[in-house]
Design a protein around this ligand. Sequence first.
Ligand code: WQD
Length: 320
Amino acid sequence: MTVLLTGGAGYIGSHVVRLLQQRGEKVIVVDDLSEGIEARVGNAELVKLDLAADGAIDKLTSVFLEHGVQAVVHLAARKKVGESVERPEWYAEQNVGGLKNLLAAMRAAGVDRLVFSSSAATYGVPDSPRVNEDFDCKPINPYGQTKLDGEHLVQAAAVQWGLREVSLRYFNVAGTGWPELVDTQAANLVPIVFQSLEQGVTPRVFGSDYPTPDGTCVRDYVHVLDLAEAHLAAIDYLERDERPFDVFNVGTGVGSSVLEVIREVASVSKTEIVPQIEPRRPGDPAFLAADVSRIDKILGWRAKYDLHEIIKSVWEAQNK
Ligand code: WQD
C-alpha cells in the first residue's frame, strides 16, 4: 500500500513513517519543515509543502496521482495551546484550512482513506476524570477547537463523498521509539522535565492544590510507539466495510500526576529533583485520562508501554 503522511517529519509522524516502512508500505511524506526535521523521514520521499498555502490543492492532487496514494495519515498541524490562544485565526487557517485543502485534493484524486490526528484537547475540561468518545466536546482553547472542527470536516466528507475516515484523539504523547526521533520541542511536561535536568534548573509544577491524590494534575501518558501503532491499526480498520465508529481515544487508561512523572524521571536518572511549586496554569483540567475500551474492542489496539518505559526511553535517548 502507498501511504501519504502529512507532518511525517515531526516527532509523532516520523514514528508512524518508520512503522509503516517496517511493515513494507511505501510512504510519501508531505511536510513544510517549519517544525519537522528532514532527517527524520529517512529514505521516505519528502514533498515540502504548506497545506494551507495557495496552490496546495493542485500540488497535493498531482502527488496523489503520481504516486498512486491509497491512504492518508494527516498529522500536520500547529499544536501549541498557548500559541493558539495568541493566534486563533492563524491556527484556524493552518489546521482547518490545511485540512480543507487536503480533503479537496483527496476527493479530486479519488483517495478515500484518511486517519486524522485529533486530540484530547477536544474534550476541554470534562466533568468526569475518565472520558469516552461519547462525551460532549467543549474545547477551551483554539487549538482544541481546530481539532474538533477537523473531526467534523472529515465526518462531513464521509457523508458527502464517501471518504472512509477515523479520528484518533491523542492523550499525552511522550517517550521515543528511537533515540534520534526523541521530541526536541520542550513544549510538554516530559521533555520539559528532561530539559530542566539537562540544564540543571528546577522543574516547575503548575498547581499542587487540585482535587487529585497528590494535588497535582493527572494525565494519561501514552508512548509514542504505542500511538504510532494505533495509526497502523486505524489504516487496517479502514479496509473493512463495516465500521461502527469514526472516533477513538488513544491513551493507556492510566492517569499519572505531575509529581509522579517528575519522580519517575528522578528514579530513572538516579538524581534528586525538588520541583518548584507554582500557581495553577489556566485551563488545566485536574484529571484527564482516556477510557480506551472502544479502541481495544474495535481496533484490537491497546498500549503496551507504561510510564516507566516512556521515561526510560527518553533518558536512554538523552544519554545516547
Ligand atoms: C501536562 C500537565 C500541566 C509543564 C497538551 C495539549 C493536548 C495534547 C497534550 C496535543 C499539565 C503540567 C506542564 C510544566 C507542569 N497535545 N505541567 N509543569 O496540557 O495536558 O495537553 O499536550 O494533542 O492537546 O493540550 O500537556 O504537557 O502541557 O501538561 O506542571 O513545566 O503537566 O499543568 O497539568 P496538556 P502538558
